[in-house]
Write a protein that binds this ligand. Structure first.
Ligand code: ASP
Length: 441
């Protein structure tokens, strides 16, 4: 898989950082000297805002096909009843449990540190009004927050096409999961072709994300200009708090939750594990892509951690797209941060729903740089939080992407250790066929 930073010239993350600095600096200057000028208003309305919007629309465009195909493939890969039944069930159980723990840690961190709170109320009111007009188009249906039993019932779409059209991500995810499960059980030529089609859709989406992400430097500059020209310097303080919160939560998961799992469940020395896992962690950190790290992850699992090959292959291949602890946690933190930032109040039941969405979002996000951004944009819109907020975090996203990808890939190896406990080592020949879309071997 090619990383999105493969464009010629400067690496993409540098271009994005430059976009961030240029957009912010120009926006602050404009805010300082020309706050009331008519031309500034015109520039924001006709240039910087539409450029940012274009980028967001392109991301939105990809969500439904991406989430649908990734989830179907994830379930099909996990659920091959013949050779992978037991391993599959254990993988699914631990995957969901650990991802839920990760998102919960993230949500607790945001509620504790409140990184998004602090803007003057009149500023947030203005922000909300501007942003919600657009976010509202997609969100209007989801915004009348249903509660109680209705919330649960809404998970099941009455009409999956209508749900997709309305941007109701959770219903689409449910539909995709059911489709995947049935496709796993009915195994014939026709269903195999369907799975192939899903693989095709998924691959095409990855390519498209690669293209869209190339536009990011300009979009970042435009979005940051729009926000800082309107708001001034306050916004930057919030951003620093947000970065601190994400890194603290990721660090907790990596250095407290993972060692506990290794020690208590996998019965493995955390020190020895981290020593062995190092090359995969570094590859993940430097590529920001779980998929690009997969060959290294597999090699580390088999050769340095001595895991049974069939377990490692299955768990790590699936994990590269479906087991993303860091990403799920990051999605939760970002959604709540932006809700705080824009002054959108979220009830406990809404936060629980966000938790569920982020767990699924971790399964549905693509393992490429910025793969979680479309999912975040969609969740934001669902809860009436202006998706423009994405522009705020994009400029600092590279460091966060590197860090969360390292957690994602380490999580795949930890999951392999946990699932492999009690499994016999491999017989001479590998017992498991290569999974669709998977591995290096
Ligand atoms: N870059 C992440 C990964 O590949 C996905 C994301 O969170 O954007 O694991």
């Amino acid at each position: 898989m090619r990383s999105a930073s493969a464009s010629p010239g400067l690496p993409l993350h540098w271009k994005m950082a430059i976009g961030f600095v240029v957009g912010t600096a120009l926006g602050l200057l404009a805010n300082l000297y020309f706050a009331d000028a008519a031309w500034l208003d015109g520039f924001i309305t006709y240039v910087s805002d539409p450029v940012g919007q274009l980028f967001l629309r392109l991301l939105f465009m990809l969500v439904i096909p991406l989430v649908f195909s990734a989830l179907v493939l994830g379930v099909v890969e996990i659920g091959d009843p013949e050779s992978l039944g037991r391993i599959g069930v254990r993988t699914l159980f631990w995957l969901l449990l650990v991802t839920t723990a990760a998102v919960t840690i993230g949500l607790v961190a945001v509620n504790l540190f409140k990184p998004g709170i602090g803007l003057p109320p009149e500023t947030t009111a203005m922000l909300l009004e501007q942003g919600s007009q657009r976010g509202g188009e997609i969100a209007s249906a989801a915004r009348e927050a249903p509660s109680g039993i209705q919330l649960l019932l809404n998970i099941v779409p009455r009409n999956p096409i209508a749900s997709a059209a309305a941007g109701d991500l959770i219903a689409v995810m449910f539909f995709a999961l059911m489709f995947g499960i049935a496709a796993t059980i009915v195994r014939n030529r026709a269903t195999a072709s369907f799975v192939q089609v899903c693989q095709g859709i998924y691959d095409i989406c990855l390519k498209l994300i690669d293209w869209v992400i190339r536009m990011a430097p300009y979009a970042v500059a435009a979005l940051l200009f729009t926000i800082t020209a309107r708001l001034g310097v306050d916004v930057l303080v919030q951003l620093a708090k947000y970065v601190g919160t994400v890194l603290a939560a990721l660090g907790f998961h990596m250095f407290v939750v993972f060692p506990l799992l290794l020690w208590l469940v996998a019965r493995r020395s955390p020190m020895a594990f981290f020593k062995g896992a190092q090359p995969a962690m570094l590859t993940a950190f430097s590529t920001s892509s779980s998929s690009a790290s997969l060959p290294t992850t597999l090699q580390v699992a088999e050769e340095r951690l001595n895991l049974p090959r069939r377990v490692a292959r299955f768990v790590c291949t699936l994990g590269a797209t479906a087991n993303m602890n860091g990403t799920a946690m990051f999605e939760g933190i970002t959604v709540l941060f932006l809700a705080q930032f824009y002054g959108v109040d979220l009830s406990t039941s809404q936060q629980i729903m966000i938790l569920g969405l982020c767990v699924m979002g971790g399964i549905g996000a693509a393992g490429v740089p910025g793969g979680s951004l479309p999912v975040i944009a969609m969740i934001l819109a669902m809860f009436g939080i202006p998706p423009e907020g994405i522009g705020l975090i994009l400029g600092v996203d590279r460091l966060l992407d590197m860090s969360r990808t390292a957690v994602n890939v380490t999580g795949d190896l930890v999951l392999s250790e946990v699932v492999a406990r009690g499994e016999p080592m491999d017989p001479q020949a590998p017992a498991v066929p290569v999974l669709p879309g998977g591995g290096s071997g």
